[in-house]
Design a protein around this ligand. Structure first.
Ligand code: AMP
Ligand code: MG
Length: 406
C-alpha cells in the first residue's frame, strides 16, 4: 500500500501548472489565481495624510503649552493650499492631506479649544499621527505575486491602488460524472434499490470553491458504452476528470477499462481510511481521478488528492494544511496500518482546544460531516486512542463561521 504522503508526491510529479492566462476585471477576480507579479502602480496613500482627527502643527510647536491660532481647516477630499506657519494650527480630519509645513498632528482629545485658539499639553514627535505617502505600499513594490489566490483582503488592496484588471490563470476545467446503476438525481422518486447521487453534488460544491469551470456530465449507469462515450467527451474538454464509483476491488471495471483504453491508468491502494482505492491516470491532456463511491470516501479523497492538484494546476504553491493539537473527547478505535481521517467537532473547553468524533465513522455515513469542522488525523502506526489524548486535527474547508458566532 502507498502511504498518503507518497501518493501526494507521486501526484505532484504528474501535475504541471496550466499556463494560459486571461485578463479579468478586478471585480470578478475573487478566488482567482494571479498569473504574474502585480506591482503597485502608485504610492498608497498617495499623499501624506492625517491619521487622526486633530490639529496640524508646525515643527516649532510640538512641545509646548501655549496658545496657537487655528487658521483653517483641512478635510478629507480637499487640499489645504496655504503653508502652515509657526504659531498657528490647522484643524484637520482623518485622511485629509496635511498642509505643507506640518510636522505632526495633535489628536483632538489632547486639545483644549477656545474659540479660534487651541492649547495642548502633549509632547509630539515629528511625524506623529501622520500617514506618510506610500507607507501602506510604495509605487513599484509587490502587491501580489504569481500563484497568489485573490481574496477579499487582497482584492481590496489592489482596488485601493487603483488596479481595475488583473491577469489571472484561466479557470481549470473540471469534468465530473458518477457511475452506478443504482444512482438517480434528486427530484425523481426512488425506484427499488435506487439511491440519490450524493457524490456528484458533493464534488460540484467542493470544486466550485476553487477557480474552476465545472462540466457536470451526470450520473451514468454501469454501462461500458456510456462510460466510454462520456469519458471521451470529458477528456476533450477538461483539465481534470473526476469520477466516483466503480473503482473498488470487485467492481465491474468499466471506468478503469475505459480510462486504460483511451489513456493510461494507475490504480493506487492507499494506506488511507476512508478511501483506500484511488484510480489515477491520464485521458487526453486531462488528469483522471477515479474516486471510491462511498460518499465519505469520495469527499476525503477529493480533499486530500484532487483539491491540491487543482491548486497546483492553477500555479499555487504547494501547502500543507495547518495541523493543530486538540484533546480528544471520546475514544477512537483504530487498527494499525492505514492513516485515518475521523470527522470531528473541535471547540474550546476551559480555554483548551478539544475535539470529539462525530459518531459512527462508516464511509457511507454523510452524517459524520454534520457539524464537523475538522478531521482528526490518526497516524498509520497508532492503535486505539483514549479520551484525554492529544491528537492532531486539520480544519475542514468550510463556510461555517465558528469564529464569529462564538
Ligand atoms: P462503488 O465504489 O461503486 O463500489 O460504490 C461503493 C458504495 O458507494 C456503494 O454502496 C454505492 O451505492 C455507493 N455510491 C457510489 N456512487 C455513489 C454516489 N454518487 N452517491 C451516493 N452513493 C454512491
Ligand atoms: Mg458502483
Amino acid at each position: 500500500m502507498l502511504n498518503v504522503d507518497d501518493a501526494l508526491r507521486k501526484l505532484g510529479d504528474l501535475t504541471s501548472p496550466v499556463l494560459d492566462t486571461e485578463v479579468i476585471p478586478l471585480t470578478e477576480s475573487k478566488g482567482r489565481v494571479v498569473a504574474s507579479a502585480i506591482d503597485a502602480p502608485m504610492d498608497l496613500p498617495p499623499f501624506d495624510a492625517s491619521a487622526m482627527d486633530g490639529y496640524a502643527l508646525h515643527a516649532n510647536d510640538l512641545n509646548q503649552d501655549r496658545e496657537l491660532d487655528v487658521v483653517g481647516e483641512s478635510r478629507a477630499g480637499y487640499v489645504y493650499q496655504d503653508p502652515l506657519a509657526p504659531g498657528t494650527a490647522i484643524r484637520i480630519f482623518t485622511g485629509a492631506p496635511i498642509p505643507r509645513g506640518t510636522a505632526a498632528v495633535v489628536i483632538q482629545e489632547d486639545v483644549e479649544r477656545n474659540g479660534d485658539q487651541i492649547r495642548f499639553r502633549a509632547s509630539l514627535e515629528i511625524g506623529e499621527n501622520i500617514r506618510s505617502r506610500g507607507h501602506d505600499i510604495a509605487k513599484t513594490q509587490l502587491l501580489a505575486k504569481g500563484g497568489d489566490r485573490l481574496d477579499a483582503y487582497k482584492i481590496s488592496w489592489l482596488a485601493a491602488c487603483g488596479v481595475t484588471n488583473v491577469t489571472a490563470v484561466r479557470r481549470i476545467r473540471v469534468a465530473l460524472f458518477s457511475t452506478g446503476d443504482e444512482l438517480i438525481d434528486p427530484g425523481t422518486p426512488l425506484g427499488p434499490g435506487q439511491i440519490y447521487d450524493a457524490n456528484r453534488t458533493a464534488l460540484r460544491e467542493l470544486v466550485s470553491e476553487r477557480p474552476v469551470e465545472v462540466l457536470d456530465l451526470g450520473a451514468l449507469p454501469d454501462d461500458p458504452q456510456a462510460i466510454n462515450r462520456t469519458l471521451e467527451t470529458a477528456a476533450e474538454a477538461a483539465d481534470v476528470v473526476v469520477t466516483s464509483g466503480g473503482v473498488s476491488v470487485g467492481d465491474a471495471d468499466y471506468v478503469k477499462d475505459a480510462v486504460a483504453r483511451i489513456g493510461s491508468l494507475d490504480f493506487w491502494k492507499i494506506a488511507l481510511k476512508p478511501g483506500k482505492p484511488l484510480a489515477v491516470g491520464r485521458v487526453g491532456k486531462a488528469l483522471f481521478f477515479g474516486l471510491p463511491g462511498n460518499p465519505v470516501s469520495t469527499i476525503i479523497t477529493y480533499l486530500l488528492f484532487v483539491a491540491p492538484t487543482i491548486d497546483r494546476l492553477c500555479g499555487m504553491p504547494d501547502t500543507t494544511p495547518y495541523r493543530l493539537s486538540a484533546i480528544l473527547q471520546g475514544t477512537i478505535e483504530h487498527h494499525q496500518g492505514r492513516r485515518e481521517y475521523v470527522r470531528g467537532i473541535f471547540g474550546m473547553n476551559d480555554d483548551r482546544v478539544t475535539v470529539s468524533p462525530t459518531g459512527d465513522q462508516s464511509s457511507n455515513r454523510l452524517a459524520t460531516f454534520a457539524n464537523a469542522n475538522c478531521l482528526i488525523v490518526v497516524p498509520e502506526q497508532t492503535g486505539d486512542i483514549k479520551p484525554g489524548s492529544i491528537v492532531d486535527i486539520v480544519l475542514l474547508p468550510t463556510d461555517r463561521s465558528h469564529i464569529w458566532t462564538g
